[in-house]
Design a protein around this ligand. Structure first.
Ligand SMILES: [Zn+2]
Length: 153
């Protein structure tokens, strides 16, 4: 093989490499299991837009300072300072950390709701409503099973 030819081959390979990198980034928003320890109940919520039974989450009682992370990819989603007791039976937050979620309109069950999902890994977390009691006016109604709480030391 001539030097020119192997140079062209190398160029082709590196082009492929550089093209495939942004493609990977674009695809990172599509849902995939990152945490292999997810339970069946967690997967049902995250990948099939299920909802946990109200008043079942241990996080309802959580009142320490810290951050709530995605149970699939561990992205930081909420600060404990945004958590409040909505009385609905699901962990509720007045605001998410900037860029934590992406939203879409969900018309299931004959309702028009705003669904939100992890901006990093794409899994479903809950719905956001505009009846929040704080200055943000928002109420992020999150499935506790989708969250991991990490206390601040
Ligand atoms: Zn995630």
């Amino acid at each position: 093989m001539s030097l020119r030819r192997s140079f062209l081959k190398l160029l082709g390979l590196s082009c492929f490499f550089f093209i495939s990198i942004p493609y990977k980034f674009l695809n990172s928003a599509s849902k995939k299991i990152i945490n292999p320890k997810l339970s069946k109940a967690q997967k049902d919520i995250m990948f099939n837009q299920g909802t946990e039974k109200p008043f079942t989450s241990d996080l309802l009682k959580e009142d320490r300072e810290g951050f709530y992370h995605c149970a699939n990819c561990e992205a930081k989603l909420f600060s404990s300072t945004a958590k409040f007791d909505s009385g609905t039976g699901w962990p509720s937050f007045s605001e998410a950390l900037p860029g934590a979620f992406k939203t879409k309109i969900d018309y299931s069950f004959g309702m028009r709701r705003v669904e939100y999902h992890c901006a990093n890994c794409g899994v479903h977390h809950g719905h956001v409503f505009l009846d929040g009691p704080t200055t943000t006016g928002k109420r992020f109604c999150n499935n506790g099973l989708c969250l991991i709480f990490i206390p601040e030391n």
